[in-house]
Design a protein around this ligand. Structure first.
Ligand code: WT7
Length: 659
């Protein structure tokens, strides 16, 4: 993040919560916040026991709260049983909210479709019955590769109703990424759509599934169920492929939820790490559900008449916790959007907020930054042209929000009346960890402020010792929490190594650098590992490097991040070809080829923004690539550090030239 370090040094504006936000809020003052923190500190077990009993519907109550006997493989509420879908749907249908709208779906072309909790439950049950008839049951794994739709939520909920563990693959990921996940997770079911529609364009999905199958390794998959979104053409394998509407046809709208153990894997979601292979982050049922619900109540101060809108895709953790699970468990009415913020124009978000009277809006800094630019270029699409008076809370997620974007969000979108909750968390944490509470926490632009009650966040040095206030260090969580990652699917060793390095005394290592100010506020400085954050999406530099070197023309590649005004960070690739270093038109042609290749290997989000060709890469005499140097070169800055240990200093000159 470009300005994080400067921000913590110069940012001194403080915005206390407006009185209207505190009145009647779930946590309405700093005193109320501190009281909860103290409760968790003094009686950790009792605090979580109370939350789990008050917030979840159990089919079999738990007796033990936390089992640490096999740390770091923690177990929460281990002997309890419940069903997540029953907690998201049946609870409201039976509790008098059957006819409340659960989802307001807006398609790319603006068509709106509303579904009540009763209808949603009916559709989830029909599909669950259809899946049951096909032989799917608790313990099976399903890959979901779908566009933003009511159907995607229905499929996720139908899986968990049966105890089928799902793994959602973002629709923007390539066939290759899809295939790797199908294989790694051992899926027996794939649910997809014929095509997705975004920004007025159709993008094929089912054809990518065909490509994935052609790559091999997918033989365990018995069925591919296809949601017909557009009617676009696709190959069809008789006996394997089924239309979603055929699977649900004639099925009953009742299906008993299958109770599962609290620790039953609810889902597996892949995320980038510092090696080439993405990690399958495994989440448990009860603890995850509890935290996604509780954070919706606390961070978004959920109220019965809210219209809540999280703009994430269900392919990311944000779309799991804050679309598919938390808001439903809280019984909210939420907007689900198929399209993109800039279609038909850059006023789309504001127009939707005005039309649906959205009260709670949760988006990413990268979207905010691009809309700042867009509305400057086309003032007709600026927020002030729309009636945004329904808004009450604004949220930010995915990367540090720079103070300029924060102030614009605050003034132009929030009319200086809506608290901004800058929520720090990760795929692995399951839900918010460090965030302001809209009715309690005074905010500072660029800081995610303070940890939620029960979350033991701290900043330590490489020995695990607390660092002094004002000094930077590793962000850790000292105690387990219910929604924490349980394992890396199929790789417990990597789980231990990545998150619980022995020198850090058993603390959970987040992988971010951070600093606290005099008020104890956290300021996130960015990743400490080889992970980039591009538009709020995590990308491993090694992942992009392996994609590049798998191209027949490439001998060697190194990838680093560079601060970017819009996307936060941008991918810069330094490439050595097997043949001669290309120049001019040839260089441009090869660069395009490599970009397309990376899009095909991983997905378009991983495409390098900038490619530089060299005859070699800067290496130490022992042959190590000097990434620190490459980061300087990527920014276009002059290399001031000592390069005398470099084997080949003249290479830097070549690598400073973008194609
Ligand atoms: C990484 C996690 C959290 C869901 C979406 C991304 C960065 C996330 C913030 C924030 C500063 C943030 C961190 C983190 N990050 N939110 N509010 N302020 N940085 O989940 O893909 O697992 O990425 O995103 O670097 O480690 P993810």
């Amino acid at each position: 993040m470009p300005n994080a370090i400067e921000s913590v040094l110069v940012e001194n504006r403080v915005f206390p919560p407006p009185p209207a936000a505190s009145a009647g809020a779930a946590i309405g003052s700093m005193d109320a916040y501190k009281k909860l923190c103290l409760e968790a500190e003094q009686d950790f077990d009792g605090f979580w026991r109370r939350q789990a009993n008050e917030n979840l519907v159990w089919s079999k109550p738990f007796s033990q709260v936390l089992d640490e006997s096999n740390a770091p493989f923690y177990r929460w509420f281990g002997d309890g049983e419940l069903n997540v879908s029953a907690n998201c749907l049946d609870k409201h249908v039976q509790g008098g909210n059957a006819d409340k709208v659960a989802i307001i779906f807006e398609a790319d072309d603006g068509k709106v479709d509303k579904i009540t909790y009763r209808e949603l439950l009916g559709r989830v049950c029909q599909l669950a019955n259809g899946l049951k008839k096909l032989g799917y049951k608790k313990g099976d794994r399903a890959i979901i590769y779908m566009p933003m739709s009511i159907e995607a939520v229905v499929v996720m909920q139908a899986c968990v109703r049966l105890g089928v563990t799902h793994s959602v693959v973002f629709g923007g990921f390539s066939a290759k990424s899809l295939q790797e996940r199908i294989v790694d997770v051992g899926a027996t079911l794939v649910v997809t759509a014929d095509e997705q529609v975004r920004g007025g364009k159709t993008i094929p999905l089912k054809p990518a599934v065909e490509e994935a199958f052609a790559m091999g390794g997918c033989d365990a998959v018995r069925q591919v169920i296809v949601y017909r979104r557009t009617g676009g053409k696709t190959a069809w394998v008789e006996g394997r492929d089924l239309w979603l509407h055929d699977v649900v046809a004639g099925q009953s709208e009742q299906c008993d939820p299958v109770p599962v153990e609290a620790e039953h894997p609810l889902f597996i979601l892949y995320t980038s790490g510092s090696t080439g292979k993405p990690k399958g982050v495994q989440h448990a049922s009860a603890g995850y559900l509890l935290w996604s619900l509780l954070t919706v109540k606390w961070t978004f101060d959920a109220r019965p008449d809210d219209v809540y809108w999280c703009t994430a895709d269900v392919g990311w953790i944000t779309g799991h916790s804050y679309i598919a699970y938390g808001p439903l468990a809280a019984g909210l009415t939420q907007v689900v959007f198929e399209g993109v913020p800039t279609y038909p124009n850059a006023g789309r978000f504001w127009d939707m907020i005005a039309r649906h009277k959205v009260t709670t809006f949760y988006t990413a800094p990268t979207a905010i930054r691009s809309l700042i630019k867009a509305s400057a270029a086309a003032p007709d699409t600026a927020p002030d042209r729309y009636d945004l008076s329904s808004l009450r809370i604004l949220g930010s997620v995915g990367e540090p929000i720079n103070p300029e974007a924060w102030m614009w969000y605050h003034k132009t979108v929030g009319g200086e009346r809506c608290p901004i909750v800058d929520t720090w968390w990760q795929t692995e944490t399951g839900g918010h960890m460090i965030t302001p509470l809209p009715g309690a926490t005074p905010t500072k632009p660029g800081s995610c402020t303070l940890p939620l009650p029960g979350i033991a966040a701290a900043i330590v040095d490489e020995t695990g010792a607390d660092v002094d206030q004002g000094n930077g260090g590793f962000l850790v969580i000292k105690k387990p929490w219910p929604a924490m990652i349980r394992n890396i699917w199929g790789d417990p060793e990597r789980f231990k190594k990545s998150y619980f390095p022995p020198e850090l005394r058993g603390y959970y290592l987040a992988g971010d650098g951070a600093q606290r100010d005099a008020d104890g506020y956290f300021w996130i400085m960015g990743r400490i590992d080889d992970v980039l954050n591009v538009s709020g999406h995590r990308l491993g530099t090694m992942e992009v490097e392996s994609a590049l070197v798998s191209h027949p023309l490439v001998a060697e590649a190194a990838v680093v991040g560079r601060p970017d005004d819009t996307t936060g960070e941008a991918v810069v690739a330094f490439v050595v070809l097997k043949g001669a270093r290309p120049e001019g038109d040839e260089a441009a042609a090869v660069a395009k080829q490599l970009r397309d290749w990376v899009a095909k290997e991983i997905g378009p989000i991983a495409k390098p923004k900038d490619i530089r060709f060299g005859e070699n890469l800067p290496k130490t005499r022992s042959g190590k690539i000097m990434r620190r140097l490459l980061r300087v070169v990527a920014k276009g800055e002059e290399v001031t550090q000592d390069v005398s240990t470099l084997e080949n200093p003249q290479i830097l000159d070549q690598l400073s030239k973008s194609v």
